[in-house]
Design a protein around this ligand. Sequence first.
Ligand code: SF4
Length: 348
Amino acid sequence: MVTSSNKSIPLNVVPSHSSATASTVPSELQTEAGQTGRNEQKQRYNLAKLAKRLRRQVGQAIEDFRMIEEGDRVMVCLSGGKDSYAMLDLLLSLQRKAPVNFELVAVNLDQKQPGFPEHILPEYLESIGVPFHILEQDTYSVVQRVVPEGKTTCALCSRLRRGSLYTFAAEQGFTKIALGHHRDDMVETLFLNMFYGSRLKSMPPKLRSDDGRHVVIRPLAYCRERDLENYAEAKAFPIIPCNLCGSQPNLQRQVIKQMLQEWERKHPGRVENIFRAMANITPSHLLDRELFDFAALGQDGNTPVAAQDSWLMPKNGASDSALPVGDKPDNTNNTAKPSSLNSGVAEN
Ligand code: SF4
């Protein structure tokens, strides 16, 4: 006999015999449910592994460069992009276990770009219980007014943003300013400076600002961008895009990014090797005379350097003629050490 309760069970679930129980659900549905469960379990496992790796890398960078110490008040710059969300999240989780006490305060600058969703960051930060400040400054209008049409606006925009944030940090007495640049940003910047600025320099993991008032740290220095992307996606951070201003992306950086991606595709591990090379420099095997005293090698102590070199100096004083024929740099407009570099190249 078919009971009334059985009538409400969808036909494709009702077993053909009247004594149906949960254990008699068709095997294909059991398999599907089992598969879903296994997938969720795997996702949780992968996220835990990823989080562990990122925490380890952030912890290592902090230790290697002594980024955070007892009593520090760290201003965590939050743009609303994946990297800064991940940085805040990872720093918070390290803070909970750290043997030293330090303070974390999230700070965002609302630059008044059209369509900027003002509520997203405060809601998120309140939900995770982090102290925060939202600063407001209409740098968007300044950038629109000053930068000629068709030119990339990011360099000026970033400079203005940095200025506002640094001023706020000084007013509030923060001892460190944390920025969310990662390993791939640093490698890209190395090539940007080489290709467009004839300089061998990147973004340091820790530096003192030009005016000497701030120490800037980059706790994500050892983290790969791909990992941060995956982490941000898995944690469902409420990302705010950085193109609300309508700016063209920095084309030079895009070119470098593509070049590095192509290298990595053909030669996995190459970007990591380049990154490691930045921490493993041999000044005596480069050409910077300020870093290594080549003149002192094999020098005759009795003869003044100027006199020793006099036979090399051309009468008209053109210093490039000391280079062997054919080795003259092709970009003769570039000085060896330009005092300022163009859009976003010499980031620090
Ligand atoms: S994309 Fe727009 S908001 Fe972002 S840095 Fe560039 S100019 Fe500024």
